[in-house]
Design a protein around this ligand. Structure first.
Ligand code: NAP
Length: 246
C-alpha cells in the first residue's frame, strides 16, 4: 500500500472530493485526519471510515481561522507524532457576475479558498521541514487556469493556490517537502448537484469525454502525489478534467 503508516490531513473531507480523498488515502494504508466545519459531519465521516476498518481521526475546524487551524494541526500532530501529508481541499463558491459581486461574496471566498489554504500550509510546514519529508497537495480548479463566467472570486482564489504552490515548491523542496496542485474539471459532488440541470448539461458538452468526473478520479491523483511514487514531482499542476475546453 502506497501510504502505509503515513498520517494525512484532508480539509473539507466530510463529504465530496475531500471524503473520496480521505477514503482513498485510508485504503492505501494511511491514518487520515478528517477536517471539516461541522463536528457532526466530521464524526459521521470518521465513523464511516472506521466502520470500513480504516484509521481515522476527526477535527472540526474552520480553515479560514488561523487560530482554529493551529489548534487543529497541534492536535493532529499528536495522533501519530507527525503529519506526512496535507490536502488543502476545503473550498466554497459564492458566484455573481463582476458588476453584481458583493464585498461579502468576495471576502468569504477569499477567506476560505485562499487564506484557508495559506493557514493550513503555514501550520504544517515547520513540522514537515523538521522531519525532512512531507507532501502538500492543494485542490485548485480548471477555473484557476481558464477563468469562468460569474466566478471572479473563485477564479482568483484557485489561480492564487497555483501561485502559492509554486512558491512552496521552491521554499520547501530543499527540506524534502513537496508541494503540488490538482485542477479538477466538473466533478459530480454536492457542490455541482446544487447547480441547475441545464447548467450541468452545458458543462458536459465542454468535456470531450462527455461526462462529469467522479470524486474518486481526483482522489487517485491526490493519493499518487502524496505517495513516495511521486518523490520527484514538485511544483506540478495536474489537470484532471476529462480534457475540458473552457
Ligand atoms: P463540497 O462537496 O461542497 O465539499 C466541501 C467541504 O468543505 C464541505 O464539507 C464543506 O463543509 C467544507 N468546508 C467549507 N468551508 C470550510 C471551511 N471554512 N473550513 C473547513 N471546511 C470547510 O465541495 P467539492 O465539490 O467536494 O469540492 C472540494 C474542492 O474541490 C473545493 O476546493 C472545490 O473548489 C474543488 N473543486 C471542485 C470541483 C467540482 O466540480 N466539484 C471542481 C473543481 C474544483 P460545509 O458542507 O459545512 O460547507
Amino acid at each position: 500500500m502506497r501510504l502505509q503508516d503515513k498520517f494525512i490531513l484532508v480539509t473539507g473531507s466530510a463529504r465530496g472530493i475531500g471524503f473520496a480523498i480521505a477514503e482513498k488515502c485510508a485504503k492505501e494504508g494511511a491514518h487520515v485526519g478528517v477536517c471539516d466545519l461541522s463536528a457532526d459531519a466530521v464524526n459521521e465521516a470518521v465513523a464511516n471510515l472506521q466502520a470500513q476498518g480504516f484509521k481515522a481521526s476527526g477535527f472540526a475546524c474552520d480553515v479560514s481561522s488561523a487560530a482554529n487551524v493551529q489548534t487543529m494541526v497541534d492536535a493532529a500532530s499528536k495522533v501519530t507524532g507527525r503529519i506526512d501529508g496535507l490536502v488543502n481541499n476545503a473550498g466554497i463558491t459564492q458566484d455573481a457576475t463582476l458588476r453584481k459581486m458583493t464585498d461579502e461574496q468576495w471576502n468569504k471566498v477569499i477567506n476560505v479558498n485562499l487564506t484557508g489554504v495559506f493557514n493550513c500550509a503555514r501550520a504544517v510546514a515547520p513540522g514537515m521541514m523538521d522531519q525532512g519529508s512531507g507532501a502538500i497537495v492543494s485542490i485548485s480548479s480548471v477555473v484557476g487556469l481558464y477563468g469562468n463566467f460569474g466566478q471572479t472570486n473563485y477564479a482568483a482564489t484557485k489561480a492564487g493556490v497555483l501561485g502559492m504552490t509554486l512558491g512552496w515548491a521552491k521554499e520547501l523542496g530543499r527540506k524534502g517537502v513537496r508541494a503540488n496542485a490538482v485542477c479538477p474539471g466538473f466533478i459530480s459532488t454536492p457542490m455541482v448537484a446544487a447547480m441547475p440541470e441545464k447548467v450541468v448539461d452545458m458543462m458536459k458538452t465542454q468535456v470531450p469525454m462527455g461526462r462529469l468526473g467522479q470524486p474518486e478520479e481526483i482522489a487517485n491523483v491526490a493519493a499518487f502525489l502524496l505517495s513516495d511514487e511521486a518523490s520527484y514531482v514538485n511544483g506540478a499542476t495536474i489537470e484532471v478534467s476529462g480534457g475540458i475546453v473552457m
